[in-house]
Design a protein around this ligand. Structure first.
Ligand SMILES: Nc1ncnc2c1ncn2[C@@H]1O[C@H](COP(=O)(O)OP(=O)(O)OP(=O)(O)O)[C@@H](O)[C@H]1O
Ligand SMILES: [Mg+2]
Length: 254
């Protein structure tokens, strides 16, 4: 069983007045087969956590550790982390002009699997995955995310998730900007991957509506750069009712 272990993680970004600490000691363990939801106010550092684990160069790890199956992730380049089994669905997926979806997916799958997928089976695999996500096949020949609507970008992230089959998937606000039908379709995609029992999912979200489709085993409240409370699915309902006021005093996360 693969395990992502985050221990006392401290992360800074370079601000106008020098380094600014965003993550202030994050502890979290996500095992293959488990689903964790992270909920927290804007600016509390949720995306910073996602990006830091994935290896975005903007973030400097100043303390702590992140391991996957005991291997030091922080020591790996971004592509090595992906090959080790880590996947990130971005809150704001980037446009990649000049690279078609079809090319991008095949190149990614080749890199992650260690060999190029056989063309015939691959084309079928992609077609079927797109159909499950109600994506028009014409998207395969469009440039990655270029001119995609918000919801189309999110579906494309889940298409990657289904095709790359990671051990640990971090989904950063995959539910934002989705209409009710798209939310259901995207959630079903996540659940298909999850039902394999072979992926650990870290779902970052603001809203409990996605948690009606994707049932979390654990819910964590994130405030002020760290996890301040953990519980079961019922914690999400409490947050929906009461908001984050108890965790954010006087506008400043405690
Ligand atoms: N380059 C930077 N310079 C200064 N501050 C930064 C920089 N990058 C990020 N931050 C700050 O880090 C904090 C955490 O940002 P992050 O995007 O991780 O929050 P979040 O919890 O994902 O918020 P949201 O719910 O709005 O997505 C914010 O206050 C943000 O302004
Ligand atoms: Mg964010």
């Amino acid at each position: 069983m693969a395990t992502l272990e985050i221990r006392d993680l401290h992360v800074s970004v370079e601000g106008e007045n020098g380094p600014k600490e965003i993550l202030k000691g994050v502890d979290l363990t996500v095992k293959q087969g488990e689903t964790h939801a992270i909920m927290g106010p804007n600016g509390s550092g949720k995306s910073t956590l996602a990006y830091s684990v994935a290896g975005h160069p903007k973030y400097t790890v100043t303390g702590g550790s992140v391991t996957l199956d005991g291997e030091d992730l922080l020591d790996m380049a971004v592509d090595e982390r992906a090959r080790a089994g880590l996947f990130l669905a971005m809150q704001y997926p980037v446009e990649v002009p000049g690279v078609t979806v079809s090319n991008f997916l095949r190149t990614s799958a080749t890199a992650v699997r260690g060999e190029a997928p056989k063309l015939r089976t691959w084309v079928k695999e992609v077609k079927e995955a797109m159909a499950r996500l109600s994506m028009d096949p014409a998207f395969a020949e469009r440039n990655v995310n270029e001119g995609f609507s918000g919801g189309e970008k999110k579906r494309h992230e889940i298409l990657q998730l289904e095709l790359l089959k990671p051990k640990i998937a971090i989904l950063d606000e995959t539910d934002s900007g989705l209409d009710v039908d798209a939310l259901r379709i995207v959630s079903e995609g996540v659940n298909r991957v999850r039902d394999s029992g072979e992926v650990g999912t870290l779902l970052i979200t603001h809203y409990t509506r996605i948690l009606r489709y994707i049932k979390p085993d654990h819910v964590h409240v994130f405030a002020g750069g760290r996890i301040v409370e953990s519980g079961g699915a019922e914690l999400a309902d409490k947050l929906e009712e009461e908001g984050y006021a108890a965790y954010v005093k006087g506008g400043t996360p405690q």
